[in-house]
Design a protein around this ligand. Structure first.
Ligand code: ADP
Length: 161
């Protein structure tokens, strides 16, 4: 069985993330979305909230699982038998950062963890979690950026709309 992990912060989940999830789930037999519990960052949504949002957004995709993890991706991947990490590439600006992470993970895992890149759909290539947060903080329209059920959850964090 071919399985992969799609790790990220997903704070908040965007339609760009969801597009990558759907496409990766078509390629692999099983895809785990790994929600990073990063104590160094103060997230908009807690890790539990992000896991629940991802579960709701992927409930109709039968081969997608959602889990949280902390620490190094290579350790989590080794413990759970993942050999492929999926990442999304939006633009050339993502490339340098993503290449560095991919090569670091390859080195740290002694070659056991490879990274597979899916290029963003042009429709979502402008979308980022930080952009969504910026727009929402000013009460702007995020309906083209995130799944419908998530909109009010995001506004509620900023106490507007
Ligand atoms: P990070 O893990 O760096 O905190 P995110 O959680 O925002 O980043 O994103 C996880 C992965 O999804 C990264 O590989 C990122 O490049 C990718 N990604 C983010 N936004 C989009 C988008 N709009 N389209 C495609 N891929 C995206």
């Amino acid at each position: 069985m071919k399985k992969a992990i799609y790790p990220g912060s997903f704070d908040p989940l965007t339609l760009g993330h969801l597009d990558i999830i759907k496409r990766a789930a078509d390629i692999f037999d099983e895809l785990t979305v790994g929600v990073l519990d990063n104590h160094a960052k103060t997230p908009l949504f807690s890790v539990e909230e992000r896991v629940n949002i991802l579960k709701e957004a992927t409930k109709d995709i039968s081969n997608v699982r959602v889990e949280s993890f902390s620490g190094l991706l290579v350790d989590y991947a080794k413990q759970n038998g993942y050999h492929v990490s999926v990442r999304g590439l939006r633009a050339i600006t993502d490339f340098e950062y993503e290449l560095q992470i991919a090569q670091t993970n390859k080195m740290l895992s002694a070659g056991a963890l490879d990274t597979m890149f899916l290029t963003s759909d042009v429709e979502y290539s402008y979308l980022s979690s930080s952009g969504v947060k910026e727009i929402a903080s000013f009460g702007g329209d995020i309906s083209h950026c995130v799944p419908a059920f998530e909109i009010d959850m995001i506004y509620a964090k900023y106490n507007n709309k």
